[in-house]
Write a protein that binds this ligand. Structure first.
Ligand code: CP
Ligand code: NVA
Length: 312
């Protein structure tokens, strides 16, 4: 079992069947981790980070260990991607030393260029455009909670950012219903919505954008939010706080969602800003289940891109 593409750059690039395969294998790995303990034996993952991370670094590194391989953390100051050395040169070095690359970059074009210039698989571990590994873990979580992804009615409340983009692509691949509730001017990119709408025709997913958080969460069985200012947008933090304040996910907004709706957040959470403690720490919150599922979803991706065939 392999994915058709060499790399995982965007969920949009996966077929509907590949999207399901990644989640199914992640379920198997979660239930029976020992079975895959030699899948990436003697293989090395280079992890390029231009931005900070807790979950991504730890889950990729622990995931490689659990698959019998090894990971090398390359901090922003180690490589200075594109400054100390060009991206093509970084790619042409690493492909001779390791079997797989993971990259968290500012510009999406940087991770695309790494993939284009190397003969080994490259995984997008967050760019300004998308965060595919996060959405895979999130839909794994939603399937655990709701059983069937076609029953999911997800409302993403907040900024139409990288996380929102990948959730839209993922909802389209599995036939879920997704509403984005965002302030005017902070919608997801038109190009992303158009691509996701095209994918949605295959699965009968329904995608829509509204500008009222109350309207957005009405009838939702899952409510998701993310930070108002993403990494790289720190200078906009105060201005955004004013604009996004009405989009805070608090008990009053959760009460307007469907009965028993769960709460999701990719983390890190800015508690008291986009989400209150009362929601993040409520029984409805599955935020740490999502964080754990990063490990299982990424192990599945690593195996499908570079693991030993016979274990499949
Ligand atoms: N959700 C997520 O990607 O977390 P980190 O930024 O800590 O890796
Ligand atoms: N949108 C956030 C996600 C962090 C995991 C960011 O890009 O900073």
């Amino acid at each position: 079992m392999r994915l058709a593409a060499k790399d995982l750059l965007s969920i949009h690039d996966l077929s509907v069947e590949e999207f399901r395969l990644i989640l199914d294998l992640a379920d198997q790995m979660k239930a029976n981790p020992g079975r895959f303990s030699r899948s990436l034996e003697r293989k090395t993952l280079a992890m390029i980070f231009e931005k900070p991370s807790l979950r991504t670094r730890v889950t990729f590194e622990a995931g490689m260990t659990q698959l019998g391989g090894h990971a090398i953390y390359l901090a922003p100051s180690d490589i200075s991607l594109g400054a100390r050395e060009s991206i093509p040169d970084v790619a042409r070095n690493l492909e001779r030393m390791v079997e797989i690359i993971m990259a968290r970059t500012f510009r999406h074009e940087s991770v695309v260029q790494l993939a284009r210039c190397s003969r080994i698989p490259v995984i997008n571990a967050l760019s300004d455009y998308s965060h595919p590994c996060q959405a895979l873990a999130d839909f794994l979580t939603l399937r655990e909670v709701h059983g069937d992804l076609r029953k999911v009615k997800l409302c993403y409340v907040g900024d139409g950012n990288n996380v929102c983009h990948s959730l839209l692509f993922a909802a389209a691949k599995c036939g879920a219903a997704m509403t984005v509730a965002c302030p005017r001017g902070y919608e997801p990119l038109k190009e992303v919505v158009e691509l996701a709408q095209r994918d949605a025709q295959e699965t009968s997913a329904s995608l829509r954008i509204v500008h009222s958080p109350e309207q957005g969460v009405s009838g939702a069985n899952a409510v998701y939010t993310d930070v108002w200012a993403s990494m790289g947008q720190e200078a906009e933090t105060e201005a955004r706080a004013k604009i996004f304040r009405p989009f805070q996910v608090n008990e009053s907004l959760m009460a307007k969602a469907g009965k028993g709706a769960c709460f999701l957040h990719c983390l890190p959470a800015h508690r008291g800003w986009e989400v209150t403690d009362s929601v993040a720490d409520s029984p409805a919150s599955v935020i740490f289940q999502q964080a754990e599922n990063r490990l299982h979803a990424q192990k599945s991706v690593l195996h499908l891109l570079a693991g030993k065939e016979e274990l499949s």
